[in-house]
Design a binder for this molecule. Structure first.
Ligand code: ASP
Length: 437
């Protein structure tokens, strides 16, 4: 049995947190490969080391004063290594030299993980493997999955236990390249794939995925098991915790991910799997949503008989590089739902383009819409799910502007007014989770 364990920034923000992480790793011998993030926030007012590194680099590379912020970064690490037989002076000298030289922002940001990796390796007595030697990006900065997988699996084959810092790798010319923010999750997944791990544990500061956003619903239930597909749907609609791209490497290998809480290691967390026979506890797995959509409503008599109508309309959006979210249609009507901020700049050109392309009777815009995704494998072949959603919304006096159920029966998307968003989520939560508890 082999596990890859990734620890997020808040799990490694201080000496106290490091101690908890050490205990977690030592309590299970199969936790052999460790992926640390950079130190995160110790409390809500604190700063993430990654943000401090960006700021420090921007100052140092442009000749502005940077010593104070570098000192603050150094003291974050000093607090962590206090009591450890480790000296980071030479590392900081080299970092400072490179910053002043203007070596690159990605290099700067990556030092947070790099230093935490050094510390973690010393702390555990594990081998340190620099991610720059095993994770690769092409000249355009795209992650190279195949060469990385090969190098990493060969390298780790004979290494019993190792620490590999998250978030970065290197380009062919040797320069450092990072993933997007929160990218240590991706590193963990890549390592899990390379060593054919039995489990990828992702340790954070919550006890797993919550059924919905705790800022909207007080104390929502934790999701025990979720499939990759369901997670994709929820993550797309804004549910956080794991980096969106982190599921792809492990998904290829059918490796489960377990989201765990460093501050409550006794909690089981959420298990993310390819497929499962386990019956979900509730009919729905999760509810997520986003505000800030608009719709372009097109009307034309006899639209249904006009071959190629939809294609011509969508071509107009494609011409402006705008992707659409949903496209509910009637016999003589068609609506295209879009992200308002992506669309605003082009709205008049798009309307003109649609007129030219399909000569509609009318084109209308509606803004201030929110989309809510109700997701769950348990909905498949279960009668009455849609009925329950809509009666809950009707009782809450919420008008439904759009409905879209995918053929997979994995989700139902509902469009409501922005102003009704929170209340709609609460109503759906109440009917499926509270009522079934
Ligand atoms: N430290 C990086 C960030 O703050 C990457 C990570 O934590 O995963 O985004």
């Amino acid at each position: 049995m082999k596990k890859v364990v990734k620890f997020g920034g808040s799990s490694l923000a201080s000496a106290r947190q490091f101690k908890k992480v050490g205990d977690i790793i030592r309590s299970d011998k199969t936790r052999r490969y460790v992926i640390p993030s950079a130190p995160g926030k110790r409390n809500s007012k604190d700063e993430k080391v990654t943000d401090m590194l960006y700021a420090c680099y921007d100052a140092a590379s442009t000749g502005a004063s940077y010593k104070k912020i570098l000192e603050r970064i150094r003291s974050r690490y000093m607090e962590i290594i206090d009591g450890l037989d480790l000296n980071l002076d030479h590392e900081f000298d080299r970092i400072e030299e490179n910053f002043v030289k203007g070596i690159g922002r990605d290099y700067a940001a990556s030092r947070g993980e790099y230093l935490n990796g050094q510390i973690m390796a010393a702390y555990l007595g594990y081998e340190f493997i620099d991610a720059a030697e095993v994770i690769f990006f092409d000249e355009e900065g795209n992650f190279e999955a195949d060469s990385t997988n090969q190098e990493l699996s060969e390298r780790l084959e004979h290494v019993e236990r190792a620490v590999i810092p998250g978030f970065y790798g290197s380009m062919h010319d040797g320069s450092i390249k990072t993933f997007s923010r929160g990218g240590s999750d991706i590193t963990g997944s890549i390592v899990a794939r390379a060593i054919h791990a039995d489990m990828y544990e992702n340790w954070t500061d919550v006890s797993g995925f919550l059924v919905t956003d705790p800022r909207i619903v007080e104390n929502p239930a934790v999701i025990e098991t979720i499939t990759y597909k369901e997670l994709r749907e929820l993550a797309y609609m804004g549910a956080g915790v794991l980096h969106e791209d982190a599921i792809f490497p492990v998904r290829k290998e059918g490796i489960p991910i377990n989201i765990r809480n460093t501050n409550r290691p006794e909690d089981k967390g959420t298990l993310i799997v390819e497929s499962t026979c386990r019956k979900p506890r509730y009919t729905i797995t999760g509810i997520a949503g986003r505000k800030g959509f608009c719709s372009v409503n097109i009307e034309k008599a006899m639209m249904n008989a006009e071959v190629g109508f939809g294609r011509k309309v969508l071509q107009v959006f494609e011409n402006y590089g705008i992707s659409f979210e949903h496209m509910p249609s009637g016999i003589d009507t068609m609506s295209i739902m879009l992200h308002q901020d992506e669309f605003e700049e082009y709205e008049q050109s798009v309307i003109a383009g649609i007129h030219r392309a399909v000569h509609p009777d009318a084109v209308e815009l509606e803004s201030g819409l929110a989309l809510i995704a109700v997701v769950g494998r348990g909905m498949k072949a279960t009668r009455g799910t849609a009925g329950r959603i809509f009666s809950a919304l009707a009782h809450a006096r919420i008008n439904v502007k759009m409905i879209d159920q995918g053929s997979s029966e994995l989700n139902i998307i509902i469009g409501v007014k922005d102003a009704d968003f929170e209340q709609a989520i609460q109503a759906i939560y109440n009917i499926f989770i509270l009522a079934d508890m």
